[in-house]
Design a protein around this ligand. Structure first.
Ligand code: ADP
Ligand code: ZN
Length: 627
């Protein structure tokens, strides 16, 4: 229904000319123009007048060279007679107190008279009107620019404007094909696209379409991208605004901004209004006390009113994005507002491969690149992470002078994104290096010897900028959706194996296990409080809140006695895991020593290499005699 050219360009598009905003620019410009005007004025007033001394003037009068004289206050202007050799010229001299002047002029027959100095119209224009007009224009311009926040200005004086960026739709805009995976989300959004295309079809049927949809999911999964793609597919304008924009700055402006946003949207309908981080204004309203959040509540109320207010057949669709749906106000979620919820979750194995492929499109990739392998190694990565991995790989390929991006570039950049880049300059003393190697082999060995643990992918003792001194990477064959109690116990055992190996080989423990300990405690606590996997409590929830998408933990909801029991249970799970790991290591003591030496020498071991060495010799040739 709406043609692209139908969107009248009101100077809002990102490509439009933006006036310079630096105040120095204007000050310098004003100075330059003033100097220009001044010199023009001086020149035109003086014409080709020659300035001479008073004595020269009297001499010329006495010599009879002067034709006429004009006396004004403080200044004498005179014209010389034209002679054979020279034409008449105008002169000026400063009037000196001279009582004989009139006498002298009369004696020499010079025409003289006074002159009332009345400036000409042109002079008035030049000296008075022009500069004033110039300054007036300047001031108006500057004030406008500061005000025009919604139009790409600076907006310090821009109280009520929404600050919504309007992206004019162009060929370059996003399409669904730019969004990899997320098929369910796309399916849910296609209906909206159709609605924006032909609202009348739905109107004729009497069907009401949702006014808004909420995109819910962890950060970086492509929510903004999806909203842009809906606008791109429908060929309608796209308003992007962040929820926090409504609550920042001046008191009382939030509601005005919301109003202004919808006014703009109404003018451009059909269109899409995208409110990112909608939880910033959509948080549950407090019922207790006079809140400090009055400002936010007003903005929220205004948003609710606007969403009820606009005519749905006009084709305005409001899309909101959040990664904390649980804190949103119920009023925002009721039918007629954001009644549709579209989950945009972390991509699965296939999704990750698709995202990698989408982002590899503009990049020169080697034809043997195995995207599936990279996807496998990036469990839990968001679309944004994957985009970053591809880009890092391309940068590395340039650095390494490769003809195209190779598999090794991708693998290295996965590690860079997960663990930070390599810190080759860090000098680790030989003894500590041995301990780190032993720690990592401990993890790997226990992982290899346990049924429920994921296979080892890579072991390295090259320190990373993230602070890790080494790591053991495990990669599951496929994505896991469910984890059994045995899986979790196996994880705990593998995590504790680093410390167990140190203890076994060196009889001491180090700070190197701090990260392992943190992870173990988290898993063990969740097992008790959230997954109902402890015999003491069974299926009892001991925790509430927390964010599904941000990985935040909730608050304990149990008596303090129970909390003490929880702690005991967690400690028991952790120490059982440690016992288990120690036992496995003892059974494989010879492997532990041999592989530690090997890793020390190589610094990095791939999973299959590790397994080969491990299987090369049967275990049990040596007893655990420590080292
Ligand atoms: P969100 O709004 O969910 O935080 P964005 O939409 O801003 O995330 O995504 C950030 C970037 O990550 C995008 O610009 C895009 O490059 C990349 N990205 C995320 N998800 C996908 C996806 N499904 N397909 C392709 N690229 C994606
Ligand atoms: Zn460790």
């Amino acid at each position: 229904m709406s043609e692209q050219k139908g969107n009248n360009k009101q100077g809002i598009g990102p490509r439009k000319f933006r006036p310079p905003t630096n105040p120095w620019f204007f000050i310098l410009l004003a100075l330059a123009i003033m100097v220009g005007i001044n010199s023009i004025t001086m020149m035109s007033l003086n014409g080709a007048v020659q300035v001479v001394d008073y004595s020269e003037f009297t001499k010329m009068v006495e010599d009879g060279q002067v034709e006429s004289v004009e006396i004004s206050s403080g200044m004498i202007t005179f014209t010389s007679k034209s002679g054979l050799l020279r034409s008449a010229a105008r002169y000026q001299t400063v009037a000196v107190e001279d009582q004989y002047l009139v006498e002298r002029l009369l004696k020499n027959g010079v025409n003289f008279g006074g002159k009332v100095s009345r400036p000409s119209f042109f002079e008035i224009l030049l000296v008075y009107v022009l500069p004033i007009a110039f300054y007036a224009v300047m001031i108006i311009w500057i004030v406008r620019m500061f005000k025009g926040g919604a139009k790409g200005g600076i907006g310090a004086l821009n109280f009520g404007k929404s600050g919504a960026k309007l992206y004019e739709v162009s060929d370059a805009s996003k399409k669904f094909s730019d969004v990899a995976g997320q098929d369910e989300a796309k399916e849910a959004l296609i209906e909206l696209v159709d609605f924006l295309h032909q609202p009348n079809k739905y109107k004729a049927m009497g069907a009401k379409l949702p006014k808004g949809a909420l995109l819910v999911g962890p950060p970086g999964t492509g929510k903004t991208l999806l909203a842009q793609a809906v606008a791109g597919e429908a060929g309608v304008p796209f308003f992007f605004v962040s929820g926090s924009a409504f609550v920042e700055m001046f008191v009382g402006t939030g509601a005005a901004r919301v109003r202004d946003l919808f006014k703009q949207a109404n003018e451009k309908a059909p269109c899409i209004v995208f409110i990112d981080e909608i939880d910033a204004i959509g948080k549950k309203r407090d019922t207790i006390g006079i809140s400090a959040n009055d400002e936010r509540e007003q903005a929220l109320n205004q948003l609710l009113a606007e969403m009820d207010g606009f005519d749905p057949s006009k084709g305005i669709v409001v899309l909101g994005a959040t990664n904390r749906p649980e804190i949103l106000d119920k009023a925002l979620l009721r039918p007629g507002r954001f009644d549709r919820r579209i989950i945009v979750d972390l991509p699965d194995l296939k999704g990750r491969e698709a995202v990698l492929r989408v982002h590899a499109r503009p990049i020169r990739m080697d034809k043997d690149v195995d995207y599936a392998a990279i996807a496998k190694a990036t469990v839990g990565a968001s679309g944004a992470d994957l985009a970053n991995i591809v880009n890092e790989a391309a940068l590395r390929a340039v650095r390494m002078d490769h003809h195209a991006v190779l598999q090794e570039d991708l693998e290295a950049s996965v590690e860079t994104v997960i663990a930070g880049s390599e810190r080759k300059s860090l000098v680790v003393p030989e003894k500590e290096k041995r301990m780190i190697a032993c720690h990592e082999i401990g993890h790997a060995l226990v992982a290899a010897r346990q049924k429920n643990a994921a296979p080892v992918h890579k072991i390295t003792i090259i320190p990373r900028t993230s602070g890790a001194l080494g790591f053991t990477m495990q990669v599951d064959e496929e994505d896991r959706v469910l984890l059994s109690r045995e899986d979790l116990l196996a994880r705990l055992t593998v995590l504790s194996a680093g410390r167990a190996a140190e203890q076994f080989m060196f009889g001491t423990c180090t700070t190197g296990a701090s990260n392992d300990i943190e992870q173990m405690t988290k898993i063990a606590r969740s097992m008790v409080t959230r997954y109902g996997m402890s015999s003491k409590f069974g299926m009892m929830s001991l925790e509430s809140g927390g964010s599904a998408y941000l990985g935040q933990e909730g608050r304990a909801i149990c008596s303090s006695e129970s909390a003490a029991v929880v702690d005991k249970e967690v400690a028991a799970l952790v120490s059982d895991a440690f016992e288990n790991a120690s036992r496995i290591l003892k059974e494989n003591a010879s492997h532990l020593t041999r592989l530690t030496n090997y890793l020390l020498e190589k610094e990095t071991l791939m999973g299959d290499e590790f397994m080969e060495i491990l299987d090369a010799e049967p275990a049990g040739t040596a007893d655990g005699d420590g080292a």
